[in-house]
Design a protein around this ligand. Structure first.
Ligand code: GLY
Length: 368
């Protein structure tokens, strides 16, 4: 039996997040939307297409006028305007008009890119998020942030565009390799660390079942995690204030992602960025030393990195300062007062950032 959460926009119901196992409930949701006269386009990457593309295309064909599939190469390096242009050309070729609908089937890259195409094609058409990675289910599919990278800058071009529906099929979590699966935990832990210490404790208590991918525990975990995200984005949909707290770990995280040439997953870089933000918080005497070490060590059983090799800390500092999360000349850092309480801080100095990056840096030569 599917469970659901409704996300509001300006206090009015906006879209449902449906938690389910299998695709049957998705077909029922699409039937309810009465899409009989509309065309649907599944947008997906080459990896996800190989697993679910054709089967899902066949299933959705029964509920719409015509169903097609736009497939692009997998990987963050393809989250760019060239692929967006390819998508526009594909949709024009298939005669998509304003009443037609896109289905973003995949991880964060697919959701962000498809959402941006939906926000801009014909000045906006409907889209549905069908996140298939833990990271996309916990974070990127919710809240309407869409966009692509530009000239190496993460998410530099984008738009807010709310989906019509977010549909999570937890079976998809079983097909993720371990690295991809655990990368999603950085965003889940982030929700506990910024807003909900009880959820953070729950994650520790349920660590074994989570690592074993027990579907009941994963579904409870995602419900709890999505409630935190939902409450934040409902209060501040366009990031004028508190939504920025969701960026914990993303400023230094994005810089590491770029410095490592996207070799590390986004979630892995967010884990490193959270460790760095907690370190800065400790050094600024906002967070206790015990909580800094607790946060850092909490990533280890979930196979997330807490150190990184092959970077130049000064280069990461430069990239951190060029990230888009700025207020004028100041970087808008998210720091921690305690587990469950994050704050926005614009007073972090270059020396404090560099010290945090050096703390993460694992120098292979020095450790030979
Ligand atoms: N991933 C951060 C946000 O949705 O605001």
């Amino acid at each position: 039996m599917a469970q659901r959460l409704n996300v509001t926009l300006n206090k009015k119901p906006c879209y449902d997040i449906v938690f389910s196992v299998g695709w049957e409930d998705l077909i029922e949701e699409l039937k309810e939307m009465e899409l009989g006269e509309r065309k649907l386009c599944i947008c997906t990457d080459s990896n996800v297409d190989a697993i679910y593309g054709d089967a899902l295309l066949e299933k959705i064909s029964s509920v719409c006028k015509k169903a097609v599939k736009f497939v692009f190469p997998a990987g963050e390096e393809h989250k760019n305007l060239e692929v967006v242009k390819d998508a526009y050309r594909f949709l024009i070729g298939e005669g998509f008009d304003r009443k037609d609908v896109l289905l973003a089937l995949g991880g964060g890259v697919t959701g962000d890119l498809t959402g941006f195409v939906a926000a801009t094609y014909l000045r906006g058409i409907d889209f549905i998020q069908i996140p298939t990675t833990l990271l996309a289910q916990a974070d990127s599919s919710i809240g309407g942030k869409t966009g692509v990278d530009f000239d190496g800058y993460k998410n530099m071009v984008g738009a807010f565009k709310m989906p019509r529906l977010v549909y999570m099929n937890f079976e998809t979590l079983k097909t993720l390799d371990d690295r991809q699966f655990f990368a999603g935990f950085a965003e889940i832990m982030k929700h506990g660390i910024i807003k909900d210490s009880e959820f953070y404790e729950w994650l520790i208590e349920n660590m074994y079942e989570i690592c074993e991918r027990d579907l009941d525990v994963l579904s409870e975990m995602l419900m709890k995690s999505c409630i935190v995200k939902k409450l934040v984005v409902e209060k501040d949909p366009t990031e004028q204030g508190d939504r920025a707290l969701l960026n914990l770990g993303h400023t230094i995280g994005h810089a590491i992602e770029k410095a490592k040439n996207f070799e590390l997953y986004h979630g892995e870089c967010v884990a490193l960025g959270i460790v760095a933000a907690a370190f800065i918080s400790w050094k600024k005497e906002m967070l206790s030393m015990e909580e800094y070490y607790e946060i850092r060590d909490m990533f280890v059983p979930f196979y997330l990195p807490i150190s990184v090799e092959g970077i130049d800390p000064n280069e990461v500092l430069r990239l951190t300062k060029s990230d888009k999360k700025k207020d004028g000349d100041f970087i808008r850092f998210i720091l921690l007062k305690k587990i469950g309480k994050a704050v926005i801080d614009t007073s972090v100095t270059d020396e404090e950032i560099l010290a945090a990056i050096q703390e993460l840096y694992f120098d292979e030569e020095a450790n030979d």
